[in-house]
Design a protein around this ligand. Sequence first.
Ligand SMILES: C[S@@+](CC[C@H](N)C(=O)[O-])C[C@H]1O[C@@H](n2cnc3c(N)ncnc32)[C@H](O)[C@@H]1O
Length: 260
Amino acid sequence: MSKTSKSAAAEAQELERSYKLADIVKQRQHTLTTLALQPGEKVFDIGCGVGFLTLEMAQQVGKSGQVIGFDQNPEMISNAKKRCEGLQQAEFHQGDAIQLPAQDQTFDAVSCTQVLLYVKDVPKVLAEMRRILKPGGRMVIVETDWRGVVLNSGDDALTKQIFAAWDSAVPSPNLPVHLGPLLKKHGFSNIQVEAVPIINTEYSPNHFSCEMMKWITKNAVKQGVFNETQRKEFLADLEERERSGSYFFCVNRFLFSAKL
Ligand SMILES: C[S@@+](CC[C@H](N)C(=O)[O-])C[C@H]1O[C@@H](n2cnc3c(N)ncnc32)[C@H](O)[C@@H]1O
């Protein structure tokens, strides 16, 4: 297995673990409620990952509907296909979100959850969403504002450096701040935004921030903020806060919905 496909597989495994957690299940339910899919509808799931949302959407639109799961990582597609096995209405394609394999004005709804953060040319993806939606079609985007993280740690200055390193590792770390005007510019109307906070007062593998802090601190090591020993000390401090009942983490995700 090449180094690249190894990391693609690691990313898929990480998503398999973390997107089953209650924090994310709750967010997914919020997305589904907002989309309000009907039997027979056609939906395009951009950056479908391992297919948790795609599966639920396929169940909602039923056999008379269609869901296209689309992702650039073949490992994600492979896991998503397994997850949706037996559902003839679910179909998967690999590619980059800047060019969606769909005809103009053919979809009732489009979802794009936790994807645009990683995308360099967000306007191009919004233009594609608009292109494939039918007139009156609806869309949901969920994005995180990583600049607004709250974390109780023993070293605030180091915490800032760790999150600054995360900020520079992704193209759009605080997209929610800019997304409303961008959607308007791309012809969307009825633009609504809701905050979906993730608040963890426990540092345990059952909560989103535990794995996320491991991932984010690994990135900080890669970027030279600190070394592996200092990383372990930082994480040990978070474990200590769990034991003393003073662990606190919060980040806001924002759910945007709009119509054409
Ligand atoms: C954090 S996961 C979210 C998965 C899924 N949307 C969910 O909420 O469960 C981000 C996904 O976006 C995919 N992705 C990132 N950039 C992409 C791009 N330019 N085109 C297609 N997929 C992309 C990644 O491969 C990954 O599967």
